[in-house]
Design a binder for this molecule. Structure first.
Ligand code: H79
Length: 459
């Protein structure tokens, strides 16, 4: 028998347990995941219906543009860490941060046209630099030549256009004097406890300044010190909820008493949704839909979230991004596309162009995503299926390969078929022996991204 050595963090009324014999639920329940079923309140339903989001990584690292001393790095926002730039050296960037062309209304307008329904902005990334004038630190936009708040205007302009705002907050902090990667002494633990008070105070400050924010997106929860004390993340989550009861929080806020990240050892996610699909999507071989809410986020290059002067390697195009969106929605997930604004506060041409192309597509076909969900059916060879009430959306990416497509719905149940944005094109239907429908799509022209066929089923 293996005794659990974490009794100090067990709930007061629980018994010290035994790994391997006790039920998993009896282990450290106080710090286990709390989301036993999907949240069904109005705020969460809205978050879920949003489906498509924009992510922005903007900060001091944007100035370097993923280059240091003539060398290119793959992941721009990690440059301080990977290039071993000292705090002193890195903080000299404060004197250079001056995004004079930053225009929150222009960002919001771009995103409105792109058809995204929420936006996540890095209020503080791992480097610790704050894009709002925080009263708890000097390491903020207030002490740059720019001086002005970046977050406030974003919250205001996006909210005005009906786009929800999520505040990204990194728990990891390479600047704060009390932050510890590891705890090697009681003094380290005390320092990290002071740091946790700082993080709680900053989140309180953010939610006081920007009460319109709908969600907090935590990140950087994997350092050994933070993981080793699950009550820190638990307190952080509780304090945010106390301040803003409807807030939506991703699962990167915590670990359990066994230092498990994303999910506790019983497989239960922390907080409200699973954000562990970073630069990857779940497999689509299963017909079963995920039980928890989830979100994936994608970079435009293979990797790198902050601005990179050079765009290198495979760059995702609008088709790849719409296809990833379709895949997420068809499995009940949200999808967030990351841009890394330039140090002057503007958005690069390549990203503006993506926003434009995606927006043109969403304007015609967005109904297949917004407020939609997946169906528990095998992924068809030609693309993806989503649904909304009695509507089913067939999103065709691989049209060139097929003239007839199998449609996994009974022909008798289909009362109407139309191609979004091309209503004049008729889709001849036949019925297979098993009663399922087959569509002849040979009259559909090749789409630049994808055609969507909307079916109305009998109620
Ligand atoms: O904010 C973005 C990333 O900076 C952050 N999460 C997204 C949303 C993230 N941090 N860490 N990771 C993602 C994974 C860690 C990767 C690492 Fe590395 C491997 C850190 C050091 C080695 C990648 C490669 C970063 C630097 C080199």
């Amino acid at each position: 028998m293996l005794a659990v050595n974490t009794t100090s963090v067990l709930a007061k009324d629980s018994q010290p347990s035994v790994v391997g014999q006790a039920t998993i639920a009896s282990i450290a329940p106080e710090y286990a995941g709390t989301l036993h079923q999907k949240r069904e309140d109005a705020a969460m339903k809205k978050w879920r219906a949003n489906r498509i989001g924009q992510f922005f990584h903007f900060g001091l690292y944007s100035i370097l543009g993923s280059e240091y001393k003539g060398k290119r790095v793959e992941v721009g926002e990690w440059i301080q860490n990977t290039q071993r730039i000292s705090k002193e050296e890195y903080s000299k960037l404060l004197k250079q941060f001056n995004p004079t062309e930053f225009n929150a209304a222009a960002w919001a307008k771009m995103n409105k046209k792109m058809g995204v329904n929420y936006m996540t902005i890095t209020t503080k990334h791992h480097d610790g630099f704050c894009l709002w004038p925080s009263k708890h630190t000097d390491f903020s936009v207030e002490n740059t030549p720019y001086k002005k708040d970046i977050i406030g205007p974003l919250v205001k302009e996006y909210t005005k256009l009906g786009i929800d705002v999520t505040l990204y907050y990194s728990v990891m902090d390479w600047n704060h004097p009390d932050y510890r990667v590891r705890i090697n002494s009681p003094a380290d633990k005390q320092a990290m406890e002071r740091y946790m008070k700082y993080a709680i105070a900053q989140l309180d400050e953010l939610l006081t300044r920007y009460p319109e924010a709908k969600s907090i997106w935590f990140d950087g929860q994997w350092d050994p010190a933070y993981k080793s004390q699950p009550e820190w993340g638990w307190k952080l989550e509780k304090s945010v909820r106390r301040k803003h009861p409807n807030i939506i929080i991703n699962n990167r806020v915590r670990s359990d008493a066994h230092a498990n990240l994303d999910r506790d050892m019983s497989g239960q996610h922390y907080a409200d949704f699973d954000s562990s699909f970073e630069r990857k999507l779940p497999s689509d071989t299963s017909t079963e839909l995920p039980k928890a809410d989830w979100e994936a986020c994608y970079t435009i290059m293979e990797n790198g979230w902050g601005y990179s002067k050079q765009l290198v390697g495979h760059l995702k195009d609008s088709k790849e991004l719409v296809e990833a969106s379709a895949k997420c929605v068809s499995r009940n997930g949200n999808f967030m596309i990351n841009f890394g604004p330039k140090p002057d506060g503007t958005i690069r041409e390549y990203e503006l162009n993506l926003a434009k192309e995606i927006g043109q597509w969403m304007k015609v076909n967005g109904n297949a995503f917004y407020g939609a969900e997946g169906v528990p059916l095998a992924k068809p060879s030609w693309g993806y299926i989503t649904k909304k009430k009695e509507k089913r959306y067939l999103i065709l990416f691989n049209k060139s390969k097929e003239t007839n497509i199998q449609v996994p719905f009974k022909a008798d149940n289909i009362v109407k078929v139309r191609v979004l944005g091309a209503e004049s094109i008729s889709i001849p239907r036949t019925v297979e022996d098993n009663g399922m429908a087959q569509f002849d799509i040979s009259k559909l022209p090749q789409a630049s991204i994808a055609h969507v066929i909307e079916l109305s089923l009998k109620k």
